[in-house]
Every structure is written in structure tokens, then in C-alpha cells.
Design a binder for this molecule. Sequence first.
Ligand code: HAS
Length: 575
Amino acid sequence: MATLKEASGTALPPFAVPRLSRILMTIEVVLPLVLLILGIYHGFMQALYRAGIIQSADFLGVGYYQGLTLHGVVNAVVLTTFFGVAFGNAIMQYYLQRPLISWVHGLSTGLMGVGTLIAALPMLLGAADVLYTFYPPLKAHPAFYIGAAMLVVGSWVAFFGWLPLITAWRKANPGQALPLAVLGMLVTFLIWFICTIPLAIEVLFMLIPWSLGWVDTINIPLARTLFWFFGHPLVYFWLLPAYVVYYVMLPKVAGGKLYSDKAARLAFLLFLIFSIPVGLHHQYTEPGFDRFWKAVHALLTFAVAIPSFMTAFTVAASLEYAGVRRGGKGLFGWMWRLPWFDADRPLFAYSIAGLLIFIYGGLTGIVNASYNINQTIHNTGFISGHFHMTVGGPVFLIILGMSLELIRQLTGKPIRLKGWNIAVPYLWILGLMVFSTAMMYGGLMGQPRRTNMGLSYLDPSSPHFRADWVPTAFLTGIGATILTMAFVIYLAVLFSTLLGKAETSAGVLSFPTAESLHEEALETDLVARLRPWLVVAVILIIVSYWVPLRQALSTPQGAPPYNPDNPVPVVKVKN
Ligand code: HAS
């Protein structure tokens, strides 16, 4: 009888990646890490504005909103999309033991690379100060939207390129469940594909025509609803590659086994169902939608936390098993036996640091989701505190740690400065705890997000000065300084690795893969099938969005374009 133990735990031989794919994957990993220098620099600048250390509308010729846009787009959109594709490419090749289709791979990397450059130009020239959410009525140069669309289409092409490999694997392995890592990445990209459809509608039919001046006004509630239809599942597109590492690789790296393969599969499949129909939790404060539908989205948001609670249990149980196997005794003794500071297992440090941060980040998400409490913290620094502990926590640390691992395998160059490397995730926890706690505390006192506080609340000469906000704003700056230091160390590790000599063959993929602790039969199991979950997902999306979309469509009047720093429209609307 086929079991899930066989499906995920079988040791696979190393997989030699063909030369073209190896080069393209190296670009997919290294290019966004280089761009990240810009993203992190502008993040640091944001904290200095917030702390009142910079008290002007711009710094070195870069405006506050221009810097915020660069920070958000590079870190949250470009880095995450490139990493998702690169990691997916590696997972598919290794776990399916099949090469990618080279022309599809070339097309996908080309679209993503060229799209990124096209979108970068207007951002660098200050013609796209629309932040990473590009909410209208803020308007960008059309090249920004076109470049962003190419980046997304490029990631779709990569995803479509995996499907023939999966089909071929299924044919060759009848009755077997997909390897867990493949299921995880398949769910990640199914969520991504579904949720980028409303984004494509917003960009192609609303933002680009409006930005080109073909239409004068834009329907704001509709554009925002389409954005959040995409924007919340987006966060699970960021998170699930990290979950693949936590479930498939971390237990092995820690010296143990995966507590339950079945529970891991169930968690991924629950994300498929619940991660999309929740977008209105970003729009609780917006008029034009019934409270009933906001409450429905609130309930579904609590449901999407369930697979993360399950993950907390399964991963903690797997780590406990590893700790006990390594000689840990008593209720907590196992914890100290884990390889926290083993410089030869940096993936452990990057993973555990992300998990610990996510306990705090996830719980603050539940606070946000609570419809009435949200009224207190919406659009305050609390939200920025929350998302830095999610996308800036587990997601970012897995991207950093796994990128180094991919570079090692793709180039054959061992990771250099190993001791420093292991310091990065722990320094990151320290910086993030200070940064996010201060941001959230400040948010509870009313500090707004996305606001140049150096020009107003944190400038003692301003009539708006708030002396009681100084300590938290200052601590935000301290936290950001620690975070920046951690990133500088990471850069030293990255570049010394890249500039080092190859010591093993380049392009040989091999990932640590945990066996399942329990033998779990799968024959008739729902978790071994994808279609029923996909059907339920589509039904839930239709039910939860049908009325809100109709309500958004019935908005009586459109809005003209605005710049972020001026309450007067950029153009007059013809009556
Ligand atoms: Fe969120 C806003 C609700 C998760 C990102 N979120 C945002 C924004 C971003 C973001 C970027 O309901 C701002 C968007 C903007 O610009 O306006 N979020 C949630 C909820 C969750 C959640 C309920 N968010 C994420 C993740 C993100 C992310 C993940 C990025 C990757 N979020 C909201 C809401 C808003 C929001 C509202 C809008 C607020 C507003 O008013 O604007 C849940 O998915 C969280 C569930 C997670 C958990 C934690 C489980 C813990 C684990 C770690 C276990 C540790 C172990 C270690 C095993 C329940 C898995 C043990 C080891 C030992 C040694 C002991």
C-alpha cells in the first residue's frame, strides 16, 4: 500500500541542472538580492524619517514617497516573486527529477527581468510614487504598471512550465502522492495564479487606460477591492515557500523527522481554500460595502489562521522529536539540543529565527482581523509592525537563508564567513523585535503609517509635534539600525561566497528531506487529491466576492489622479 511516508521521505539522488537553467536560476536568485540593497537602504531611510532624524520632504534628492515605493516594491514584490520562481524551479527539478523546459524557463526569466527594469525606471525617476499597493487615485507612469504586469506574467510562465513535469511524474508514479515539497509549491502558485487574475483586471482595464489618459477617472472602491482580492492571498504566496522549508527540510536539518506528513498536506490545502476570500479585512473602514460581507471575510480570515496554528504544532512536534533524538530530556530540555549555532547548518538558524518571529507576527494578524479592534489600529504603525514580523520575519529570513543555499548548489561555491552568517538571523530577530514592538506601541498611541513624521509629528518646530511619540519613534530607528547591520553582514557573506572559488560541481541540486515520523495511509485520503479543494476554493471565492464586487461596481462617481503629497488632483476632471 502506498503511504505518505514513501511519498515524501524517499531519498532522491542529486539532480544535475542543465547549464542554461543553472545560469537562469543563478540570475533569478542573485538579481533581486542585489536590488535588495536599494530596498533595504530605503527602509532604513523610512525609519529615519519616522524617528524625526530626517526632517525634510526628501533626502539626497529622493522623495519620502519615492523611497517608500522603492522599499515596498523591491522587498515585497520583486524579491518575493523572483525567489518564489527560483525556489519553485529548484523544487520541481529536484523532487520530480526532471529538467525544466528550457525555452519556457528562458521566457519566464526574460519577462521577469525586463519587466522589473521597465518598472524600476519610473520609480527611480520619481514618476511612480504609488507605494507597493499602487492604490488609485495615486497615479504612476504607464511603464510602472506594464513592467509590473510583465513580472507577474513571467512568474505565470514559470508555473505553466512546471505542469508538464508534474503530469509526467504522475504518469511514471501511478497511485503515489506528489512529493510534499512539490504539493507545497503547486498550491503556492495556484493561489498566486488565481489571485493575480483580479490584479490583471485592475491593471489592464483600469490603471493602464487611466494612466495613459484614455479615461479621466477611476472607480476607487472597485480598484481597491480587486487589489485586495489579490493582496491578501499574496501574503501566502510569500509565506508558503517558507512553509515548504519548515515542513520538508527543517526537521531533517534539525536531526529529526516530520511529525505528520498528512497534517502538512492538509495545511497547504486549507491555504488553497481560505487564503483568497478574505480581502475585505483590509477594507473594514471603507464605505460602500455591507457590514455583513465584511464580517464574512473576518470569519474566513480566522479560518485562514488555522493552517498556521496547525503548522506551529506540527513543526514544534518535529523539532521536539529532533531535540529528544539529540539527547534532550524533560519538558523543555529538547530545545537546547537543537543546532541553534551550528555554522554548518545555517538553514536551521534562518528557519528557527523566522518561526519565533512569526509567533508574534501571526498573533498580531489575529488582532488586525478582529473587525472591531481593527478600527483602533487600521492605518497606524501597528500594521507596519505586524507585517514586518511576517513578510519581514519568516518570509525574509527563509529567502536570505535559502538563497545562500541555492547559490551554493548552483555555483558549487561553499558559503564563506560561516560564523558571521549564523549571526544574521539572530541579529535580525533582535532588530525586528525592537522595531516592530515600537511601531505597534506607537500605532496604539495613534502614530499613522505611511507618513513622513519627520516633517510633522516628530519635528519640535511643527505645531503638530507630539513629544509623547518620541520614545517609540526613536526606538523604531534603533531597531531599523540593527536590522540594517544584520543585512550588511549578510551582504558580506553573500559577496564573499559569490567571489569565492568553486569547490564542488556547479548546478547539482540536493535538499535535506525529512521522512515522516508516522506511516500514514493515503489511498482514499482527501489530502492526496487536489481537485476537490480547488472546487471548494472557487465556490468560496464566488460566494464571498459576488456581492462586494457588485457593490463596488455601483460606485456613482470616479476619482481623478492625485500625487501622494498634495490634496489637489493632478488634472481637472471634465464635467
Ligand atoms: Fe497580515 C495586514 C491579518 C498573516 C502580511 N498583513 C497585512 C499587511 C501585510 C501583511 C503586508 O485582518 C499590510 C498590507 C497593507 O499594506 O495594507 N495577517 C492577518 C492574519 C494572518 C496574517 C489573520 N500577514 C500575514 C502574513 C503576512 C502578512 C503571513 C506576510 C507574509 N494582516 C491581517 C489583517 C490586515 C493585515 C486583517 C489588515 C489590517 C489593516 O487594517 O490594514 C494569519 O495568517 C496569521 C496566522 C499565524 C499564526 C502564527 C503561527 C505561528 C507559527 C510559528 C510557530 C513557531 C515554532 C517554533 C514552531 C497563527 C507557525 C517553536 C520553536 C521553539 C524552539 C519553541
